[in-house]
Design a protein. Structure first.
Length: 379
């Protein structure tokens, strides 16, 4: 009985008698020779180099002006705004920009930050998705937003709306661009924040905040006004907040701030000429050793200006071609050595055969010593 049980249990654990389970599937293993490797590398190089050239030319066709205004000077006190901001005083500075050639539309306005780590794990989690959807959230359910979750007001704990470090640290500098023409009065360039956020974020991540959901809440500490005073549809139309809430992956980044409204003198883009950008300097960066800038430019079908991708493809293609040439040289050199060794072996065998025929009349046969030939296998 025990033998039958043992046999049945062993049979139950036996793999199926199929090519897959018994490892009898047909297999193919490529043989990498120098000739095949050379051809592969050269073909890949021929593919990469034109792609890199196209990407590089496309990136160079993007017009972009980057201005660092970290230490811009207050127009009234002639002191650096970064110093005055530490003293909790308002600051407004004006920066001049000379655009040497027309920027075809659509034209975008970005702000850039350096050494700002939005990708920190605790910072990236410091938000409430339910609040951003317009839902009522109890103060004790906002632990992920600490220390910007709740405040004590009149002996009552009130939730911060929107809570978290991301919302509290929103970029709050404002900009006004003025075009100075030689023949016309100065003209302000109209810009809008509509259309700067991802459509998927607008549709799925943000809802309309109601007065009922905002009852017994307070604004974030660093916000000058609450969400109801920022936009007509709180959260749902606050695309500036949406852009900031989508955290950057690297400490040096840029975010879309405005789109130029193409009308009047700017219907086809920004004409060449002199521009001034008035900055309401509010966002501090010197405390963490950061810098900030604004960027005026357009985009291509690849996005903004970025030569790194094209250069990477070109360098990769050149390296592939060089490796292909190196393998080709190895193949030719090895083939010649193999042919030379084979010819030498044939010559020596022919000489031995000739000597054997000449000595065929001798009755005492001596053993024939064959030459030692080293066969060089072709790579």
């Amino acid at each position: 009985m025990s033998v039958e049980l043992l046999e049945s249990s062993s049979h139950s654990r036996r793999p199926k008698d199929s090519p897959f389970f018994q490892q009898r599937l047909p297999a193919w293993q490529p043989m990498f020779t120098a000739k095949k490797s050379a051809a592969t590398f050269i073909v890949l190089g021929i593919v990469f180099i034109p792609i890199g050239v196209i990407l590089w030319i496309t990136s160079n066709n993007v017009t972009e002006y980057v201005v660092d205004y970290t230490n811009c000077v207050d127009k009234t006190t002639n002191k650096s705004c970064s110093e005055q901001l530490d003293a909790s005083t308002s600051c407004e500075c004006v920066t001049s920009v000379r655009i040497t050639s027309d920027i075809p539309g659509p034209v975008y306005f970005y702000y850039g930050l350096k050494n700002f780590y939005q990708n920190h794990r605790r910072y990236g989690r410091s938000k409430s998705d339910a609040q951003l959807l317009g839902q009522k959230v109890a103060p004790n359910s906002l632990s992920s937003c600490a220390p910007y979750a709740t405040v004590d007001s009149g002996g009552m704990k009130k939730a911060i709306l929107p809570c978290g470090a991301i919302a509290n640290s929103i970029f709050n500098d404002t900009f006004v661009i003025t075009y100075h023409s030689d023949t016309k009065p100065a003209t302000v360039v109209n810009m809008t924040s509509k259309g700067i956020a991802w459509k998927s974020d607008i549709d799925r991540k943000y809802g309309i905040l109601t007065q009922e959901a905002a009852a017994d809440t307070v604004k974030p500490p660093n916000w000058p006004r609450d969400e109801f005073k920022r936009t007509s549809e709180p959260f749902k139309s606050d695309e500036e907040l949406m852009v900031w809430m989508r955290v950057a992956a690297l400490p040096d980044f840029r975010k879309l701030h405005r789109r130029v409204v193409h009308e009047g003198d700017f219907s086809s883009g920004l004409p060449a000429g002199n521009y001034t950008v008035s900055v309401n300097y509010s966002f501090p960066v010197t405390g963490f050793g950061g810098r900030k800038s604004f960027i005026i430019g357009n985009v291509s079908w690849l996005g903004g200006k970025n030569n790194a991708l094209g250069v990477t493809c070109i360098v990769t293609g050149v390296l592939h071609v060089m490796l292909g040439i190196a393998f080709l040289i190895v193949h030719i050199y090895s083939s010649r050595r193999y042919a030379s060794a084979l010819a030498t072996m044939h010559t020596e065998m022919f000489e031995i055969a000739s000597q054997h025929r000449d000595n065929s009349s001798v009755r005492i046969r001596t053993p024939i010593e064959l030459p030692r030939v080293t066969v060089l296998f072709r790579l």
